[in-house]
Design a protein around this ligand. Sequence first.
Ligand SMILES: [Fe+2]
Length: 265
Amino acid sequence: MFVRICFLAVIISCIQAQIELTLPPLPYAYDAIEPVLSEHLMQLHHDKHLQTYTTGANKLLKRMYDDENSSNELKGLTNQSIEFILSHIQYLPEIYQVGLKQYGGGYLNHKLFFSTLQKPTATADENKPTGPLLKAIEKAFDSFDKFKQIFTDVSLEVFGSGWVWLYIDAYTKELNYSFASNQENPIMFNKNHITLLGIDLWEHAYYPVYENRRSEYVDNFWRIINWPFVSQLYTEGVAKQTDDIDKETDGIVKHTGGCPMHAGI
Ligand SMILES: [Fe+2]
């Protein structure tokens, strides 16, 4: 109850018009990821698919803000960051939960995905993390190769559309992985779960180049991961402060659901 009161207090304190998400610019040229991901694929994926998620999330947030049945706390929520909204998705009326999971999740997931890519190395073996992130991966998965194998295997097991995620628990500071269907993100199930890396397993992410050869796409994914950027996210996750309210919220979130399909290590 205490957590809910605090949550509402944050929201009610700033009832303004809903946030307007904007299409995040691609941080490199459309052809920068060639030949692993073609220029055409990147244009479609970024300009069309991410734009659709952006537009859809904005429409839903506006509808929720304009809805005469929305309470002040709901209207206030639409003014928060998309990360905050998704990490409190369980407080939303069901009619908005589903849409915001897909469109808001799609926005957040793709914003991260495009930021974690870089010009491909010649081979996958040349592209590895270093420093504290490598040590954390080795601690969580025994070795980088083992992590790579698990991540790859799970990516091939996902049926239909979804993602495989590497995330840090900002409370325990431990790494783990999960997979989720559609546009789900670990933050929707535990607000301390900060995604560091994700592979997009929707067909739109690889079909124009690989057609039905998902395994080839997954193998090549290891050539295009921007590990310095992922390391920076890891460092931020380690430094993130949590407090007692976070711990209580974790408890509530755990009782309302968890990563639905695949527990981590
Ligand atoms: Fe995608």
